[in-house]
Every structure is written in C-alpha cells, then in structure tokens.
Design a protein around this ligand. Structure first.
Ligand code: ZN
Length: 662
C-alpha cells in the first residue's frame, strides 16, 4: 500500500523561519505543463555509503529502470508503439517549434510521458489532444509504427480506451477498463476463473492474479504469466541480469538470499516463491540499502488483483528513523488502545518495522509520480504472521516542501491568521508523523475474523483500507501519547494536521477533479469519506462548519477534541466492516460520502485555485548514476548528478531501457 502527498495542502510551509534560512541553491523545479509540475529530489548521504553499497545501489537502479516498459504495456496495450511514434515525431520535427499545433503536441507528449501512457496517472481518464488529427497524420508519415491505425484511434477517438481503470458500480469493470491486465474477457469470466482456482480454506493464500494477464485461448480463459520465457520475458531477463550483479554486493547473507528468491520468482512466476521472498524481505531490517522491485500494487486493476510493475531503491536515513523506531517499538500499545472493538484488535502486533528512507531511484509505477510512504507486503496473512515494513520517503517530502514554499495557498484557503500560524509551525512534523502512523501502524493494525475473505470489500477495498489507516493516524496524532513519546512538543500541534485534513477532504482536493466528474481514486475517496462523514456527524454540535467570508467558503473547526472522537468512531466502524467483510455497509459508506461532489463548492475551489498557479500533481525526475570503472570493468566508484531535464530523461530511458522492443 502506498501513501501519496496530500495534494497542494501540504505546500503551506512558507514559514517565517524557513524564509530567513540560507537560500537552498538546489534547483527543485524542472518543468511545468497541464496539471503537472516536475521536480527534482536530492539524495543526501549517498557519498556516505561504502563502495559495495554504492555498487549494490547502482545495479539495483539498473534493475529498476529496466522494468519501465512493462508498466507502460500493462497500462494499455498500445502505449509502447504510441510512445515510440510520439518521440520520433518530436525529435525529428524540423518545423516551427512555436507553432500552436506543435506546442499542443509537446504538451500531450509530456502528459503521456508523465502518466506512463495515454491515461492520466491519477484520474485514469484518457488525455485529450489539442492538436489536429490532420497535423498528426502528416507528422506520422514515414515514421516507424507497425500499428499506426490503432495508435491514431487511441489518441483521437474518445470512445476508444476511454479509461484505464473504471470503478463505476454496475458496469463491467474489466471490459470498460483499458488496462492490459485483461484482454478479451468479461468481468464475469474473470470472477469465475478465480472462483474456480481460489482455495477459500487456505489460510496462507497466494496473491492470485498478481503476475498474470488473463486472456482467451480457443474460447477458454487462460493466464499468461509474467516471467522469464513468459510474458514480458525480455524486460524481466534484463532485470534478472542486474539483480544477479547486485547480489554480489549484498550487505549480508540474508539480503543475498532475498535477491536470490526474487530472481527465482522472476524465473518461475511461482507466487508461493513470491510470498517466501516477501517474508524474507519483511524480516530484513538490518540492511541499510533496500529495494522494492516487482508486481506490487494493484490499484491499476479494477478488481485489485494484478500488480503494476514498480521499483524504488533506497537506503535508510538513520537520523530520521528514530521517529519511526519509537512508533514501532510501541506498536502493541497503540493496538491495545485503539478505539475499535477488542475482537478486531491484534493480540500481538508482529514486527511492524518502520524507517525513514532516502530514495535513490523511482521507477515503474512509482515514477515520475511517487508515493511518500509505503507499507508492504500487501498479502494479509503475511502481514498478520510476519508483520510488514513501512517507510516514509523523506527526501521526497523534503523536495515537495521546498519547492512549494511561497505558493500563496494558505492565504487563500486557510480561515484565519492563528490557524495559518498553527499550520506553519506544526504541519511539517505532523504531516510526516501522519505518514509514519498511517504506514507503520495504521495498515498493520486490526485483524480479520476467521473465514472472512480479504477481498470481501471488492472494488471498495482500497478506499476503505486507506480510510482505516488514515483514521488510525488521525486518531493517534491527537493522543497525549505523542507528547509522552517525545514525538510532538505541543498539545495543540495535532490541530494543524486535523485542519489540513478536513480542508483538503472537504474542499481543496477537488482541484484535481474536472467539473462534473465524480471522485474515483481510492486515496481521494478515502479523504472525502472521512472529512464528509465527520462534517455530517458534527452538524448538530457544530464541530466543523463551512463558513462564508466575502463570498468565499472556509473550513472552521470549533472543537478539535470532538473531532478526534469522531475519527475514533469512524475508525471503529470501518475496522468492523473490514474485520467482518461487511461489503454492504462498506459500499454504503463509500456511496454516501466518498464519491459525489457538490458542484457549487467544486467550482469555487477551481476558481480560487486558478488564481494561484499551483499544479495539482507533482512528480520527479531521477538523479543520474554513473559507474566509474577500471580497465577490467570493475566499478571503482558511483557518482550521482542532478542536471538532467524532464524530456531528455524520458527519451534516454526509452532509448537505453527499451525492455520489450524486438
Ligand atoms: Zn495507505
């Protein structure tokens, strides 16, 4: 599971103290187009790694970059030939680069590169080109594209592959979703297929469908497995090559065995091997360098089964990890005091290990848009028996905050000066703590009743799981335990995160939604669910109000303690829904609070945002790692540089890591 930056709300960090600090000479801003801003991040302390650790990081980053094209193909079956054609047109264009048609084309290209395909990375709606079909067809002439008709239709015909992930209740979610996890099969056929292979009495089930594409052969539904000599074999062989080299420089035997098991998994496609790998990976808390590499998150599949390929290579930030160590060493205390029915608590919270990390590379589904916190593995039984590993990526949150200073957001949306001061003082720390709590305790807390199918909440599973983790974090942020543990130094600090959360959930996250559209993405649904539920249930006592000043709407929180109680109540109910697999109650909560948007308020938010020029979405280019080699080809050093721009990086990756090209 992953946690994203909470939109622009966390950009309110233009604090007086920071503005008096010495100017940070690092250039965070790389590119700005459509609803996107591209940033760079630094990799502090890379130089402090030993030579072997640097070599390990280097080969792991190579293994990460070689998976890029898998993700592109998973997102939509014509994404790769389409990208190749767009890049050919862009690089060979000899006309006027200020021509409106070319500028519109450039914008579209940048959007497609950012989204790893033709669908918006967040809304999953298809991009609408602002250049003409005639212009495009004249440019495509003479270029190499074996599926030109399909690609042109995909770009220009709004009814072709309109949405990557369709979650609309009542429709065939497989047929109407353009992702490439399924081909030529219906939702009913997919559900029947897995109902037949799933053993519901198995207490340690594999993650069915995690690494497969479902299609039909001779009228029968069959799985195509992502593995060596299977689907995506070419890219996987390059990943395996680099993992094999990385293994030589593993920090210890446990880590060497982890990489070996991952290679086994890629070789066989066997999901039980993946579980074994995941358990070993979860239990390795000693190694400083760490990585995610594989088919991990299933947000891209409307049925939440198949994993999108991703990789993040990282190393522990020892100083900042103190915070998460304090949380995880008190995990049982938090579990025992959680406001849920004791039957749904874990008797023993197992190995919730948490650390703050420095990302060295972002790849696949984690690039360029990237999470700020991750908690893995996703398999429920592994989490219950072996715990999970939770990380907060602080060099990424740091880059967000530095790049966002002085945006004018807080002046526009925060109700008054005292609240702004509260946010300026405490939002950075409470926001990071929220992520720590969400990832390292929230997802890991609670348990399912015996016999409850972990997928019982179906299409609403992700939304409710994120809500559960967020509520756990919100509830405990306001607990005196935070002060007792030395994690906060002021009993009012939590109010900063509460204010931001409600403001975002009720109003400001709407800047990401087009007029007339519903909320669809799981994290956004979860945030509105929590904020709208709390608002609805506090009307009588006016805990939260929406007030008007000068025609503008503001969130006013009158009673933070009462709000904390509301968070506790909703946590208790959502934990019950999860523990009992109460689909109907879960679906009802989502339908009532998470999806629909008040069109008047929505318009107001969009209008107010338009005056600020804040990009609703952000992502990152990676640093460039260069291996310095001696005459024998042995790596004697690895250097890191930051100068690469957005499209040049994309084109380099397309050229040098074209893992599926024949
Ligand atoms: Zn989460």
């Amino acid at each position: 599971m992953k946690q994203f930056k909470i939109a622009a709300v966390a950009i309110l960090l233009a604090t007086a103290s920071q503005s008096t600090m010495a100017q940070d000479p690092f250039d965070y801003k790389v590119d700005r187009f459509a609803d996107i801003e591209v940033l760079r991040y630094q990799v502090p302390e890379f130089e402090s790694l030993s030579l072997d650790q640097k070599r390990l990081v280097y080969y792991l980053t190579e293994a990460a970059l070689w998976g890029r094209d898998i993700l592109w193909d998973q997102n939509y079956k014509y994404n790769l030939p389409l990208r190749s054609l767009l890049e050919q047109i862009y690089t060979s264009y000899t006309g006027d680069r200020n021509d409106p048609q070319f500028l519109a084309f450039e914008k579209y290209l940048k959007q497609v590169e950012f989204a790893n395909g033709i669908h918006h990375h967040y809304s999953t709606d298809k991009f609408t080109p602002e250049f003409s079909r005639e212009w495009f067809e004249s440019q495509a002439e003479g270029k190499n594209c074996p599926v030109l008709t399909e690609v042109t239709e995909a770009i220009f015909n709004p009814s072709v592959a309109a949405k990557r992930v369709n979650q609309a209740e009542g429709e065939d979610l497989i047929v109407t979703s353009a992702n490439n996890f399924y081909d030529g099969v219906t939702q009913q056929e997919v559900e029947d297929f897995y109902a037949a292979v799933k053993d519901t009495t198995d207490l340690t089930p594999v993650s069915y469908g995690l690494n497969t594409r479902l299609t039909k052969k001779d009228g029968k539904v069959v799985e195509q497995v992502y593995k060596l000599d299977g689907y995506y074999s070419k890219a996987i062989s390059r990943i395996v090559d680099n993992l094999t080299r990385a293994m030589t420089y593993a920090e210890n035997d446990a880590q060497r065995a982890i990489i070996a098991r991952l290679i086994d998994f890629y070789t066989t496609g066997d999901l039980a091997t993946f579980d074994d790998y995941s358990i070993r990976w979860t239990e390795d808390t000693a190694s400083r360098v760490d990585f995610i590499n594989g088919f991990i998150e299933s947000y891209g599949d409307p049925l939440g089964m198949t994993g999108s390929w991703e990789s993040i290579v990282n190393f522990r930030n020892d100083e900042a990890s103190h915070r998460t160590e304090v949380l995880s060493s008190n995990a049982q205390w938090f579990e025992n005091h959680s406001p849920v029915d004791p039957r749904f608590r874990k008797d023993k919270v197992k190995g919730v290990s948490a650390k703050v990390i420095t990302a060295a590379i972002l790849a696949g589904d984690a690039y360029p848009a990237t999470p700020i916190g991750i908690n893995l593995p996703n398999a429920n039984w592994i989490r219950a028996q072996h715990g999970s590993k939770s990380v907060t990526i602080e060099n990424i949150t740091d880059a967000y905050d530095k790049a966002g200073q002085g945006s004018g957001f807080n002046e526009e949306f925060v109700i008054d000066e005292p609240t702004r001061e509260l946010l300026e003082k405490y939002l950075f720390i409470t926001d990071n703590l929220h992520t720590d709590l969400h990832e390292c305790l929230g997802h890991g807390s609670g348990r399912l009743m015996p016999g409850v199918d972990p997928d019982a909440l179906k299409a609403h599973g992700s939304t409710l799981e994120e809500a559960r983790a967020d509520l756990f974090a919100l509830y405990y942020l306001g607990d005196p335990k935070m002060l007792e543990l030395g994690l906060l130094d002021n009993p009012d600090a939590y109010k900063a995160e509460y204010y931001k959360y409600i403001l975002n959930g009720l109003m400001t996250q709407l800047m990401r939604i087009e007029p007339g559209k519903d909320i669809e993405e799981a994290h956004m649904r979860n945030r509105q669910l929590i904020a709208a539920w709390a608002y609805e249930h506090s009307k009588k006592d006016k805990v939260i109000e929406l007030v008007k000043h000068g025609g503008k709407t503001y969130v006013k929180i009158n009673d933070y303690k009462a709000l904390r109680d509301l968070f506790g109540q909703l946590l208790s109910e959502i934990q019950r829904i999860k523990s009992e697999g109460d689909y109907a109650a879960g679906a009802d909560l989502v339908a009532r609070y998470a999806v629909k948007v008040d069109p008047k308020l929505h318009k107001e938010v969009l209008d107010r945002y338009a005056t600020l020029d804040i990009a609703p979405y952000k992502g990152f280019v990676n640093p460039v790692y260069t291996a310095v080699r001696d005459d024998n080809g042995t790596i004697t050093d690895v250097t890191v540089s930051y100068g690469e721009d957005y499209l040049p990086q994309m084109f380099r990756y397309s050229r040098d890591y074209n893992g599926l090209d024949d």
